[in-house]
Design a protein around this ligand. Structure first.
Ligand SMILES: [Zn+2]
Length: 508
């Protein structure tokens, strides 16, 4: 049985779920649903990242302990994803005891091999980023992300011998060109690996920070938050059992935003090498969303909340827009106007209309009872069936390449053809002649098949709407899952479908 292990970043609990994190969740949830529906063994992980300076600071500012803050925010994240019907298999918190134990186990292992060493270090440290910067990485002496001057810090710390694995990682990427996707991000990582890499400071003295995982071989230190956080992808599987780990780890596909490319593209694979573990299969990197052309920010008041969008237009419409309007790996722009246009054109006019017209005619002409197909099968009917078979093939190809917008395009091209089929066959005219009634029944039967296949193909993308379509078609669950059921075999003549119900009322 084919397998896939899908991970999201674990969200840092000093913020709220917003458009950016919701986008990663919707992509990964769609893929998890897609592979599950096709019988793949699937493990889908998300969670929260809860250690480090920023959490300690935010907690102090809010007048609570870091534990209280992380409990509260982690619960809020989880509740938000639950409200959005995200079908994760496990939610990890880096404060979970099993994670802490595994991080310590791994640190000990790497320490014993000699790839972690103790050294004096002085460097420029940005608190916002929780990392040291080299002069070269700064812009006008300031952190390029926070535009603040980093502090000069001198201290003794533990270091991971990352440079030792630089060449090996470079060779791995050359041998596996789709290790990091899309290609532009692979090239960025290759460029990083062509520069001297240096070693990675992986500890923080407790005199400065106590909110972290204690270094198992030196109680005076806690673990650098990134070294701790990345290990969640392993510890969650280990927690589920050694067999789960063995099955899923080699099939790991990480999904991240482009801002965390370096930790995932450089730190993480070298850490895995040092731990003697296989590397992940793919690192899939997506772009950022702007809102009406501007960067999203609290101060601009343009933050898009997935929960508010659910209230406003429904989850499916929100999912559809984000997945249809973006190309994986590129930046995209959230515009109210394009959202309305997309919704009305594709969901209301194309799909919604097809459902409505088909079921309304089925009800009016045959009281909802399905009629036999035409025999022999006319060319128009054959062409409609072929259109949907073609869409299914295209969806498979595009999803494997993370081209979700193109997969959706292919499906909506097919439903558009089905709407044209109504015009071409004109059942509403034929029905006036009693001798043509069998043909009208056959045309509607073909349209019901079109709805069934469309709903099957669309259900990972639009789970709610497709569940409604299946309920209207009155089909049992096995039929929904039967991807290889041939055209014309789903509805037995005599089967009754439901009266139409509006799925996507037009937005104005
Ligand atoms: Zn910074």
């Amino acid at each position: 049985m084919p397998r896939i292990y899908i991970t999201t970043p674990i969200y840092y609990v000093n913020g709220d779920p917003h458009l950016g994190s919701a986008y990663t969740m919707l992509i990964t949830d769609t893929l998890a649903r897609y592979y599950r529906a096709r019988g793949w063994e699937t493990f889908y992980l998300t969670g929260t990242d809860e250690h480090g300076d920023k959490i300690a600071q935010a907690a102090a500012e809010a007048g609570m302990s870091p534990k209280e803050l992380t409990d509260r925010v982690s619960t809020a994240f989880r509740a938000a994803w639950d409200t959005c019907d995200i079908t994760y298999d496990h939610f990890i918190r880096t404060t979970d005891p099993y994670h802490i134990r595994y991080v310590q186990e791994l640190l000990t292992k790497v320490y014993e091999t000699g790839d972690i060493f103790f050294d004096r270090y002085s460097g420029l440290y940005c608190v916002g980023c929780e990392r040291f910067y080299t002069q070269k990485e700064l812009r006008d002496g300031k952190c390029p992300d926070h535009l603040t001057e980093p502090k000069l810090i001198e201290e003794e710390n533990y270091f991971f011998r990352m440079s030792k694995y630089q060449e090996r990682l470079l060779r791995h990427i050359e041998a596996h060109p789709d290790f990091i996707r899309p290609e532009g991000f692979k090239n960025e990582v290759v460029a990083m690996l062509r520069e001297p890499l240096g070693d990675l400071c992986i500890s923080r003295p407790k005199s400065r920070l106590t909110w972290g995982i204690e270094i198992p071989f030196d109680q005076r230190y806690v673990t650098y938050v990134w070294f701790d956080a990345l290990i969640n992808y392993l510890s969650a599987l280990k927690y589920k059992g050694e067999d789960v780990f063995t099955k899923f780890w080699p099939e790991a596909q990480h999904f991240i935003g482009k801002d965390i490319l370096k930790p995932h593209g450089v730190f993480w694979p070298t850490m895995l090498m040092a731990a003697g573990l296989p590397l992940y299969k793919h690192l899939n990197v997506h772009g950022f969303w702007t809102v009406e052309g501007q960067k999203m920010s609290k101060s601009l008041g343009n933050v898009i909340s997935p929960l508010a969008m659910k209230e406003k237009i429904g989850l499916d419409a929100f999912r559809y827009f984000l997945l249809r309007e973006s190309v994986f790996g590129q930046d995209a722009d959230f515009r109210e106007e394009s959202l309305t246009a997309r919704y009305n054109a594709d969901l209301a006019n194309n799909l919604g209309n097809l459902v409505n017209r088909t079921l309304a005619m089925q009800e009016r002409y045959f009281k909802g009872v399905v009629q036999p197909l035409s025999d022999p099968v006319p060319e128009l009917d054959q062409r409609l069936a072929a259109t949907f078979a073609q869409a299914a093939t295209e969806v498979e190809h595009h999803v494997a390449n993370l081209a979700l917008s193109r997969a959706l395009e292919a499906i909506f091209r097919a439903t558009d053809q089905a709407n044209k089929y109504i015009t071409e066959t004109a059942p509403f005219t034929l029905v006036k002649d009693p001798a043509s009634l069998p043909r009208v029944g056959a045309v509607l039967h073909n349209l019901l098949e079109a709805l069934r296949v469309a709903a099957q193909l669309l259900s990972p993308f639009l789970p709610d709407a497709c569940a409604k379509i299946f309920a209207l078609l009155n089909l049992p669950a096995e039929q929904i899952r039967a991807y290889d059921l041939p055209w014309g075999k789903a509805f037995v003549p005599g089967h009754a479908v439901q009266k139409p119900q509006p799925l996507f009322p037009r937005l104005v």
